[in-house]
Design a protein around this ligand. Structure first.
Ligand code: RTP
Length: 155
């Protein structure tokens, strides 16, 4: 009841090409499902160079930018929209530090990855970017608003 008074946010989570190739899609989806967030969008998708560049436009000046774009476009990704109270910050915690060797055990990157350049998953860094990235990766009609029937605790 108290939670229902709090702000519900959206975040964009993406299994990167290495996560798909390594068969980690189910494992990664499970982490967010089990935590108690609500899935509102899900698709397997081969993204264009243009879309990858738009998504990572804030990193355009970084030396690793070309490698990052090659990586993200190297194979299909799994695009997800998740909703819930505090979902943006919580998802970042579940994902762990950018460098998987610094990520705590128990986090997705801490458990499943080794290299920064192959860190298996992306998560939005603010509620504003959550909205921006969901609008960027999903078309209208691909986001499903639904109400859990018997489980108000998985809001
Ligand atoms: P993400 O956006 O993918 O969730 O990652 P993040 O916020 O943890 O990290 P960010 O600094 O935004 O970097 C985005 C992605 O770029 C790749 N990267 N490579 N030195 C490198 O080679 C390097 N640094 C960053 C990673 O895939 C990182 O997740």
């Amino acid at each position: 009841l108290i939670a229902s008074l709090e702000q519900v946010d959206q975040t964009y989570i993406m299994v990167k090409p290495d996560g798909v190739q390594r068969g980690l899609v189910g494992e990664i989806i499970s982490r967010f499902e089990k935590k108690g967030f609500k899935l509102t969008g899900l698709k397997l998708f081969q993204c264009s160079k243009e879309l990858a560049e738009e998504h990572y436009k804030d990193l355009k000046q970084k030396s690793f930018f070309p490698k990052l774009i090659d990586y993200i476009t190297s194979g299909p990704v799994v695009c997800m929209a998740w909703e819930g109270v505090g979902v943006v910050a919580s998802a970042r915690k579940l994902i762990g530090a950018t460098d998987p060797l610094q990520a705590e055990p128990g986090t997705i990157r801490g458990d499943l990855a080794v290299q920064t350049g192959r860190n298996v998953v992306h998560g939005s860094d603010s509620p504003e970017n959550g909205k921006r990235e969901i609008a960027l990766w999903f078309k209208e009609g691909e986001i499903c608003e639904w109400t859990p029937v018997q489980a108000p605790w998985i809001r």
